[in-house]
Design a protein around this ligand. Structure first.
Ligand code: FCB
Length: 465
């Protein structure tokens, strides 16, 4: 049912699990700053210690082995490796830490997949404009080269940027993620643009300098819900769905996989809205320049983070403002018949993954796909016997199997989010996504497997070759 070398993984990210926010010369990141400001994060939680994976990596490795994973996706912290964000100063303790993680994984026959940027920009670079500044493109490229050079002899699966959509919108327009900017208008589009340029430049660096010897693969992780019209017989809902797909999945995939530029539907919707609201400047969506490294073709596989599905109807929110949602002019809602898992935004829609995979196959010319994140939230009283989540994993993985067998989608691997209960961004530790529970009231941060962790292991054992 699954190809012989199928990747069975779990994922984490540095800020969400490591702690050690000031340990051994690490520089501060925008998430350190953001969490230390009052009122930013649920319950004033922060990742200062989190799961303390910086000190307890061996415990994580035990969890990985207990699950029987073939792959582990982690992110490296830019500010732990390069405290001021530049290669002028390398923090050797940070290098040592990740070297040990990588070597231990390989010694246990677990393949690492590394994300270079999972939301945690060095604060020093934010102070120079962060993702809004065009300087970030070469700064990111230098950081990426440093990582390829340092770890690429052993790491063959790379993701440059995790969820540029979330960074751009949540971090720079809604202000609910670090760096906490609330700048509707053009900022999110500018940030997204620089992220694409940074990704592409790093991919080209890998391709020309490192790939010949290291022979790995590089992509970027795209988050997307599966979207379908609320009323498939209503032309407005169908058109709204097309727009919502363009702004969601399309924003970062058209440039990389389809045309080298943003979806036409997206640009015309933005331009129409700008005109309607009397905006005097040019297009609020930047253009790629002819003489910069090509964006098209800068991904060796398709990396998808899937959590839920939505129905789409015409008409957006925030009518008085120029922002992504008003440009998109389409509203995404949950179907009341879908069960909710934990947080209110997450309906459980296993066949949404199958539909999305089929759509990706048809739209992007049958790429190799890794599901780099999929998981189920838990809130409220701790439930180690998380029967609902067992079913969610089982059903979703079976839908993925159908996508492979019946629809011919080239899925190469699946990473559960997450190995551990961890710092869930603006939701702090309120929302738990782990296959292992982490007891934060105990200084030793003991890890306890959930029933869903055991269920996942059963699935892996059944299908692993
Ligand atoms: C994704 C993030 C990941 C985690 C999950 C629940 O958007 O990439 O870090 O927070 O959502």
């Amino acid at each position: 049912m699954f190809p012989p070398d199928f990747a069975w993984g779990a994922a984490t990210s540095a800020y969400q699990i490591e702690g050690g926010w000031q340990a051994d010369g690490k520089g501060p990141s925008i998430w350190d700053t953001f969490c230390h400001e009052k009122g930013r994060v649920f319950g004033e939680h922060d990742g200062d210690v989190a799961c303390n994976s910086y000190e307890l990596w061996e415990k994580d490795l035990e969890c990985i082995q207990q699950l029987g994973l073939t792959h582990y996706r982690l992110s490296v912290s830019w500010a732990r490796l390069l405290p001021d964000g530049t290669t002028r100063h390398v923090n050797l303790k940070g290098v040592q830490y990740y070297n040990k993680v990588i070597d231990d994984l390989l010694a246990c026959n677990v393949t690492p997949m590394i994300t270079l940027y999972h939301f945690d920009l060095p604060q020093a670079l934010q102070d120079q404009g962060g993702w809004k500044s065009p300087d970030i493109v070469t700064l990111f490229d230098s950081y990426a080269r440093f990582c390829f050079q340092t770890f690429g002899d052993r790491v063959k699966l790379w993701l440059t940027i995790n969820e540029p959509y979330v960074c751009a919108k949540f971090g720079h327009e809604d202000g609910i993620h670090a760096p906490g900017l609330k700048e509707p208008g053009i900022t999110a589009y500018l940030v997204g643009h620089n992220m694409l340029r940074a990704h592409a430049m790093a991919w080209h660096s890998y391709n020309s300098t490192y790939r010949p010897k290291q022979k790995g693969a590089v992509s970027l992780a795209i988050n997307s819900d599966w979207l379908e019209p609320l009323n498939p017989d209503c032309d407005e809902d169908v058109a709204a769905t097309e727009r919502a797909r363009a702004f969601g999945l399309g924003w970062f995939t058209w440039p990389v996989f389809v045309t080298g530029d943003y979806p036409e539907i997206m640009r015309s919707a933005i331009d129409a809205q700008s005109k309607k609201m009397g905006y005097g400047g040019g297009s609020r969506l930047p253009s790629f320049l002819k003489d910069e490294p090509a964006i098209l073709g800068t991904a060796d596989f398709f990396a998808l983070n899937y959590y839920t599905s939505r129905k789409v109807k015409a008409g957006g929110g925030c009518e008085q403002m120029l922002c992504i949602k008003s440009d998109q002019d389409a509203k995404e809602v949950l179907d009341p018949s879908w069960p909710i898992c934990g947080v209110s935004w997450q309906a459980v829609v296993p066949n949404g993954l199958r539909n999305l995979l089929k759509y990706i196959k048809d739209t992007f010319n049958n790429p190799a796909v890794y599901i780099t994140e999929n998981g189920f939230s838990q809130v409220g009283p701790l439930q180690i016997e998380d029967v609902q989540r067992c079913g969610c994993y089982k059903d979703t993985i079976m839908e993925m199997a159908k996508a492979i067998e019946e629809d011919g989608v080239d899925v190469r691997g699946y990473f559960a989010w997450s190995l551990l209960d961890n710092f869930e961004w603006a939701d702090g530790f309120r929302v738990r996504f782990g296959l292992f529970h982490v007891d934060l009231s105990n200084g030793k941060r003991p890890r306890t497997i959930y029933r869903s962790g055991q269920e996942y292991t059963k699935i892996i054992m059944k299908y692993k070759h």
